[in-house]
Design a protein around this ligand. Sequence first.
Ligand code: CP
Ligand code: NVA
Length: 314
Amino acid sequence: MTTSENPRHFLDLSQVSKGDLRSIIDDACRRKQRLPGGDKPLAGKMLAMIFDKPSTRTRVSFDVAMRQLGGETLFLSGAEMQLGRSETIADTARVLSRFVDAIMIRTTEHERLIEMAENATVPVINGLTDDTHPCQIMADLMTFEEKRGPVKGKVFAWSGDGNNVLASFAEASARFDFELRIATPSGSDLDGRFIDWARGEGAKILTTEDPVEAVSGADCVVTDTWVSMGREDRARGHNVFMPYQVNERLMAHAKPEALFMHCLPAHRGEEVTDDVIDGPQSVVFDEAENRLHAQKSILAWCFGEVTSGSAAHG
Ligand code: CP
Ligand code: NVA
């Protein structure tokens, strides 16, 4: 393992500079053009992947990304580790740092991620917490720019639950200078600290309970499940969320060329209808594919292979 006093963690978009985030997306676009099998910048590196929650895309994209960059991965189910028998996150971080070169963790409370990062001497990556999902938004913005050009000045509209994916979108609106319009039902709003932070950084964010107001004239319409993992206890009736469903009627208020995004997994017939998610405006499978390319560049950034204003090869 390569340890460092100041490892480069990828914890949240608010914690990484604008320049570095832009370089990561630019690097991901370049990597996507190259076939895997070129040089192997992460040869000999081992990524530990801890999952306290289920995953398809995050698990597979990090695994394949590491292999294509020449590295290897360890899949660790939190419940099967001593973590599940109350060994502390801090001690786990110290031990894993002696074995591996980076740690990706998908967990519940955000504080667990922070404790991991504070005690690890190798880079720690946020693979989703109850609060945020920054890797997802990197892939989403990459996808938008592939299809429609720079996100700067564009309007993204969210209709649905005020969850972890939306929190990272709010941070991204400040980092990438796009406008965010959020429609959530009362009682399912995004935690105000994300909006306050983003507005403090100059972001333009509208919050409303009216999905039509949010979506009108938008360049991109985004939604996600009404019940996030581990939030089943807070689940609310479909009647609360149904007005926020992204269907053809709601999409008709966006620009004709607007894209539809969803991080997946989708609950068809709930937050989105089949005709929208399977329709011509939907880019949900491009988003999923771009998790792989974005992940490679996030990993490369953690290892110092991508820096602000530059993009590495490999
Ligand atoms: N979008 C996303 O993170 O998917 P998984 O839960 O399958 O990793
Ligand atoms: N908001 C969802 C995202 C899943 C990728 C969840 O946390 O379950």
